[in-house]
Design a binder for this molecule. Structure first.
Ligand code: SF4
Length: 275
C-alpha cells in the first residue's frame, strides 16, 4: 500500500493494509459473518461469468428477475406527487431548468434550490445518493459537507475524482425536511429526472449509496448487507450497492465493508471496460 493510499484509507477510517480482491471473490476481514451472497459473484442470482480462453464475459440479469418484493408503489397509486412530463426528451439545459422549476412533489415547498447533480456528463461512473441535505440545499451541489468529504476520500481510494469521469446525483433533487428519508411517492415523482440523467450520461456502472438509492434503482425491499457484492441492473446499466457516506460517518465499523464494495466496483469496471 502506497503512502498516498494509506492517507486516503486513514481518511476513510480504515487503517489495516487492504489488497484488491481476486477477480471473482470477495474477501472480508469482518468479524461478523458475511451475507451469503457476498462471498462470490458466481453465487448470486444476478450475474453469471463465462470464460472463453482468457476472456471473461459478465451476464447481468435484469433486476426484475431478482427475488425481491416490490417496495415502491406504482406512481399511479400515489396521489401526493405527480411525475413531470416530457423529461425523456430533454437535453441537459432543459433538464436543469425543469428540475429547478419542478413542483411535482411536496419537497419543492421547503427547498432553497433543487440539486440536479454534479460532474462529468459523459462519465463511466455514476454515484447515486438519497437526496440533498442542508449543505447541498444551500450550495446546490450533491454530497458536500462531511458526507461529501468522505465520498471524495472514497473516490480517491480507487483513483477517482469528483468531476473527472464521475457524476454524482441523488434519487430526489430537493431536500427532504429535517433530512428525513424521501417517501416512495417523492422518489417516484423524481424518477424521470434520474432516468434522464442516466440516459444522457450513459454510465458504465452505477453505485447506489444507501438503501433509498438502492431501492430506487433495484426496486423491492433492499437490505444493504445482503445486496453488497452483487451486480444488479437498471435501464441496462450494471448497478452495485454500498453504504451512504452519511451512514458511514455514524457507523465507523462499516467503513471496511465500504472499502470492500469500492474494490468490487473497481473490479466490475475493469471487466466492463475490457468486455
Ligand atoms: S424532489 Fe424531484 S419531483 Fe419533487 S419537487 Fe423536487 S425535483 Fe420535483
Amino acid at each position: 500500500m502506497s503512502e498516498q493510499s494509506g492517507r486516503i484509507l486513514a481518511e476513510m477510517g480504515i487503517t489495516p493494509a487492504w489488497r484488491l480482491r481476486d477477480a471473482a471473490r470477495v474477501e472480508t476481514s469482518s468479524p461478523e459473518p458475511a451475507p451469503e451472497v457476498l462471498a462470490t459473484v458466481e453465487a448470486t442470482p444476478a450475474i453469471s461469468l463465462t470464460r472463453a480462453g482468457d476472456e471473461i464475459s459478465v451476464i447481468v440479469e435484469p433486476a426484475s428477475l431478482l427475488p425481491a418484493e416490490p417496495l415502491l408503489e406504482p406512481a399511479s397509486a400515489m396521489p401526493a406527487a405527480q411525475a413531470p412530463s416530457g423529461v425523456a426528451c430533454m437535453d441537459w439545459p432543459a433538464l436543469s431548468e425543469a428540475v429547478s422549476a419542478c413542483r411535482a412533489c411536496t419537497l419543492c415547498e421547503r427547498r432553497k434550490q433543487a440539486v440536479l447533480g454534479v460532474g462529468d456528463v459523459q462519465a463511466d461512473w455514476l454515484f447515486v445518493g438519497e437526496g440533498p441535505g442542508a449543505d447541498e440545499d444551500e450550495r446546490g451541489e450533491p454530497f458536500v459537507g462531511q458526507a461529501g468529504k468522505l465520498l471524495d476520500a472514497m473516490l480517491a481510494a480507487i483513483q477517482l475524482k469528483r468531476g473527472e469521469n464521475v457524476y454524482i446525483a441523488n434519487a430526489v433533487k430537493c431536500r427532504p425536511p429535517g433530512n428525513r428519508t424521501p417517501e416512495a411517492n417523492e422518489i417516484e415523482a423524481c424518477r424521470p429526472f434520474l432516468e434522464r440523467q442516466i440516459a444522457l450520461i450513459r454510465p458504465k456502472l452505477i453505485v447506489a449509496l444507501g438503501r433509498p438509492a438502492a431501492q430506487t434503482l433495484i426496486g423491492g425491499e433492499v437490505k444493504i448487507g445482503a445486496a453488497r457484492g452483487r451486480l444488479f441492473s437498471y435501464l441496462d446499466v450494471p448497478v452495485i450497492v454500498s453504504y451512504h457516506p452519511a451512514y458511514l460517518l455514524r457507523n465507523l465499523e462499516d467503513k471496511a465493508r465500504a472499502w470492500e464494495d469500492l474494490c468490487f466496483a473497481q473490479d466490475q469496471m475493469r471487466r466492463l471496460l475490457t468486455a
